[in-house]
Write a protein that binds this ligand. Structure first.
Ligand code: HEM
Length: 468
């Protein structure tokens, strides 16, 4: 039964919840239909648990920004918590542990040069490897998937472990395989059944694969931490792991949320969150730019004009590239990389758009509904950089641009991701032309559903641009 004044929603079938109203393979269209029937704030049942789905920018801002602390919790005891042993930052519930761990990561990323040159240098170092992969394929057709996943994984590996891997290294293949496979299981059919029916949790069903994969990563991460402990010089950190170990030594009190096991899951969290997201956004970008060649050409002109005489692009150059900025933001809008965000939970009894929501209710942010909301965008249902340009051709960011979510739980890697997307896209568009292969048929822009949306596999033809 729905509590009093709870948001409305479809019939709840005892034990099964709203299972008949949602495709467990890809519920995004069903969420849209339910919004048409019940409004911007409605409820569904995940098994016996009621969950509130928030749609549209107005309700999203009221929850995530105006009533931020009320909506900043995370559900506990779900599949997604259990694959990370209830540790780490992503699924940490709202409270002092989460605050402490999040503050530490933001500070460490800043100290390692986010927004400053050193992070840019790291990204440029990785771009050299992307360029050399592309140069080997000039005049040919190649699938960009592995290259972008490896590049995104390496950039975050540099931050975490001060290490990168060659693209044919077995370890990087393993990392990427773990992340891409687990991201499809995390909010897929079997994870939903795991959450809804605790009785099946120990059965040998397909969700066990995710536990096995995560165990492999945890062992690798443990090995990395042990190696760091042997080679580190206290007070002279080389990377995130060293910083954490320094901090661990300072915090000897029993209340401290810092521990070696936390560190292992923390590095898994950052590596996972930083790989599949950025790479799928890049893939979406190149998929669209190949099929909208006039937009690719206009980017190239602006890039050549602004970088005239310069070797490298720097992140600061974005202020002089309104069109490229508009294109990258439009790519993020249509990529809709994390369509349902990460589930939240209310931390106290609260209200939203006039409805009452008790403490402990699961909150699903339908970011998709904001990123293509009619009334918020000039062209909500097409790929069009004009969505981010005003009449003077200046770059403007509408408030409905929320691919990183909003409020206190907003993506912790937003700064890093934005820097990666800008530096990688500008460098590659300046040097190469990307062409949709003649024999590739009509492009299919419909992504594959998971906690991240993934473009279907595609190939691109690479041409070297003549230097300007
Ligand atoms: C285009 C790339 C990315 C997108 C679209 C994206 C999107 C998101 C979204 C929607 C959330 C959930 C926010 C919420 O619960 O309200 C999130 C959380 C998070 N992201 Fe990202 N992300 C990206 C890249 C990254 C990168 C590169 C990192 C690594 C440094 C990262 C680390 C995290 C972490 C740690 C959280 C959990 C934050 C918390 O619970 O406090 N993300 N991200």
């Amino acid at each position: 039964r729905r509590p009093k004044n709870f948001p409305p929603g479809p019939l709840n079938v005892p034990l099964l919840g709203s299972i008949f109203h949602l495709s467990l393979e890809n519920p995004l269209k069903d969420f849209e239909k339910l919004r048409k029937s019940y409004g911007d704030v409605y409820s569904i049942f995940l098994g016996r648990e009621p969950a509130v789905v928030i749609n549209g920018v107005k309700a999203m801002k009221e929850a995530m920004v105006t009533k931020a602390a009320d909506f900043a919790g995370r559900p506990q005891g779900l599949f997604i918590n259990e694959i990370s042993d209830g540790k780490g930052v992503i699924m940490a519930d709202y409270g002092s542990k989460w605050k402490e761990q999040r503050r530490f990561a933001l500070m460490t990323l800043r100290n390692f040069g986010l927004g400053k040159n050193s992070m840019e240098e790291r990204i440029h170092d990785e771009i050299k490897h992307i360029i050399s992969t592309l140069e080997k394929n000039i005049g040919k057709t190649m699938s960009p998937k592995v290259m972008f996943h490896n590049a995104a994984s390496n950039i975050i590996c540099q931050v975490l472990f001060a290490r990168r891997y060659e693209y044919d290294d077995e370890l990087i293949k393993l990392f990427v395989e773990i992340f891409t496979e687990v991201s499809k299981i995390v909010n897929g059919l079997w994870a939903t059944l795991y959450d809804a029916f605790p009785i099946i949790r120990n059965l040998p069903l397909p969700f066990q694969k995710a536990f096995k994969k995560m165990e492999i990563y945890k062992n690798l991460s443990r090995r990395m931490v042990s190696e760091h402990k042997e080679t580190r010089v206290p007070g002279e950190p080389r990377d995130f792991i060293d910083c954490y170990l320094d901090e661990l030594e300072k915090r000897v009190d029993e209340e401290s949320s810092f521990s070696e096991e936390e560190l292992i899951i923390y590095s898994l969290n950052l590596h996972f969150a930083g790989t599949d997201t950025t790479s799928n956004t890049l893939l979406t970008g190149f998929l669209y730019l190949m099929n909208y060649p006039h937009i690719q050409e206009r980017c190239k002109h602006e890039i050549d004009r602004v970088l005239d005489g310069k070797d490298h692009v720097s992140f600061e150059d974005r202020h002089n590239m309104p069109y490229v900025q508009a294109v990258i933001h439009e790519v993020q809008r249509v990529a809709n990389t994390v369509p349902l965000s990460v589930f939240h939970r209310t931390t106290r009894d609260t209200e939203l758009m006039g409805y009452s929501i008790p403490r402990g209710t699961v909150i699903i942010q339908n970011l998709t509904s904001v990123l293509n909301e009619e009334g918020q965008w000039k062209f909500p249902h097409e790929f069009n950089p004009e969505n981010f340009l005003n009449d003077q051709g200046e770059f403007v960011k509408p408030e409905a641009f929320m691919p990183f979510s909003a409020g206190p739980r907003v993506c912790l890697g937003e700064g890093l991701a934005r820097m990666e997307l800008f530096l990688i896209m500008v460098t590659l568009l300046r040097r190469f032309k990307f062409i949709w292969p003649e024999d590739a048929g009509e492009p299919d822009f419909t992504p594959v559903y998971g906690i991240t949306l993934t473009p279907k596999p595609f190939s691109m033809k690479i041409q070297l641009r003549t230097p300007q």
